[in-house]
Design a protein around this ligand. Structure first.
Ligand SMILES: Nc1nc2c(ncn2[C@@H]2O[C@H](COP(=O)(O)OP(=O)(O)OP(=O)(O)O)[C@@H](O)[C@H]2O)c(=O)[nH]1
Ligand SMILES: [Mg+2]
Length: 425
């Protein structure tokens, strides 16, 4: 990949109630690094509220301008989301390219996305983000559609033919949406097949760099799987962008599917989270979530909050969850240790991974519960599944569908929770 040298001044506004400010600036520097951008310096300002026209005060703009020129920088990155007019005003005054945290994250995503679905989601998010900002952006189309490689500041044509650009982007958005729909329906088919196969799904979720992919690889190693099926693990933000699904076979002939997903990060804008909804649908479908936490990180409480908020944001709620406090070796904590729905491990320790796997198995295969399910008549597949796999106490045919009183595994109860009879919720 050709690397254009980019040097950026990072700018952060410390609002009164932001306790995570210092950490989020440090993270911004890591994000820039993940994007191949060199950080020439950091400028911050304490404010009660952002300035509507330039986000920062006018004196600060001058300070940034001087610093930018002195350090031979060619980019300014703001820690917060900027409005289209703020970008426009800042670029005019600073006479350089200005981007915000969202655009930086989108750029990383664009570089890392491998599967068609992830690529489409990133392209769509980029275009949607760009559209209202078109007037302000120096290199209006620079961050367009799959533009991996090259520099953040230098790609694409200038801001000529604005209207034409806008219409072209709108067309492109429509085209991407259609393609994404068809990719999604393919995924849907695969998932239905999985429900039929009766294999519970366990999803790894958590903040970026927590060790999700490492846990998946250690589990695969534990069952003697081929190295070719391992996923990428690396000490960098957003190493994983595509959902991977692997079969984990247990000794007693049972199995479950383990999915590894994109990590979360603070200040992730709502629409960006939405764009990843379809990748995360694997998690939405899971019987069990493994919320992986880097317990050695001083900000891990904040990272847990961000993860929980993001999950709620995309509508993933009510799925049983195990808190996996990973990197206990680095934190100097005793491991493995279990307590309630929490477990402390090191992903690098084979014994710990065995303990974790046992805990998962107990959760998904262990408990049977008695429930009443109301199954619509067009889901005969679910009825026959239950007849085969559950202890059916009673079956009644009502106007709304088949009402079944059954004893089923906890995992099945979660999988079929959309069919829970009203009194069960
Ligand atoms: N010492 C130690 N290092 C770990 C442990 N688990 C993961 N790591 C390291 O932490 C880094 C990040 O691990 P990944 O598995 O890539 O993290 P991830 O959660 O998949 O991150 P994203 O894909 O970016 O969301 C890698 O360098 C791992 O080797 C652990 O238990 N102990
Ligand atoms: Mg990963």
């Amino acid at each position: 990949m050709e690397e254009t040298l980019e040097r950026a001044v990072l700018v952060g506004v410390h609002l009164d109630d932001d306790e995570q400010f210092n950490y989020s600036m440090e993270e911004l520097a890591n994000l820039a690094e993940a994007c191949g951008v060199e950080v020439s310096g950091i400028v911050t300002q304490n404010l009660e509220r952002p300035n509507p026209s330039h986000y920062i005060g006018s004196g600060k703009v001058k300070e940034i301008l001087m610093f930018h020129d002195e350090t031979d920088s060619n980019l300014v990155i703001f820690n917060d989301e900027l409005s289209p007019s703020q970008i426009r005003n800042l670029e005019t005054e600073l006479d350089t390219k200005v981007i915000d945290r969202t655009m930086l994250i989108l750029d990383i995503f664009a570089r890392r996305a491998k599967t068609r679905e992830a690529q489409l989601q990133v392209e769509l998010a980029q275009l949607q983000y760009m559209l209202p900002r078109l007037v302000g952006l120096r290199a209006s189309l620079s961050r367009q559609a799959g533009s991996t490689g090259g520099g953040v500041a230098t790609r694409g044509p200038g801001e000529t033919k604005l209207e034409l650009d806008r219409r072209r982007i709108e067309d492109q958005i429509a085209r991407l949406r259609r393609e994404l729909d068809s990719v999604k329906s393919h995924r849907e088919t695969q998932r239905k097949r999985r429900v039929k196969r009766d294999v519970p799904v366990v999803s790894l979720v958590g903040y970026t760099n927590a060790g999700k992919s490492t846990i998946m690889n250690s589990m695969l190693a534990g069952i003697g799987d081929g190295a070719g099926r391992h996923v990428l693990e690396r000490d960098m933000l957003f190493a994983t962008l595509d959902t991977s699904v692997r079969n984990i076979h247990l000794q007693d002939n049972r199995e479950f599917l383990l999915t590894d997903t994109v990590g979360f990060v603070g200040k992730l804008p709502h629409h960006l989270v939405k764009a990843f909804r379809s990748t995360l649908e694997e998690a939405a479908d899971a019987d069990l979530l493994l919320h992986v936490v880097d317990v050695s990180h001083p900000e891990h409480r904040y990272m847990m909050d961000v993860t929980e908020d993001t999950l709620a944001d995309i509508g993933i709620e009510g799925i049983p969850e195990v808190h996996v406090y990973n990197k206990s070796d680095l934190a100097g904590l005793e491991h493995p240790r279990k307590q309630g729905n929490s477990i402390w491990i090191s992903a690098k320790d084979a014994g710990d991974i065995r303990t974790l796997t046992e805990m998962i198995a107990a959760k998904i295969f262990g408990d049977y519960v008695r429930v009443r399910l109301l199954i619509p008549f067009d889901r005969g597949d679910v009825v026959s599944y239950l007849n085969e796999h559950a202890d059916v106490k009673d079956t009644e045919y009502t106007e709304a569908g088949t009402l079944m009183d059954v004893e089923i595994r906890e995992a099945d109860r979660n999988r079929f929770r959309e069919f829970l009879a009203p009194s069960e919720e």
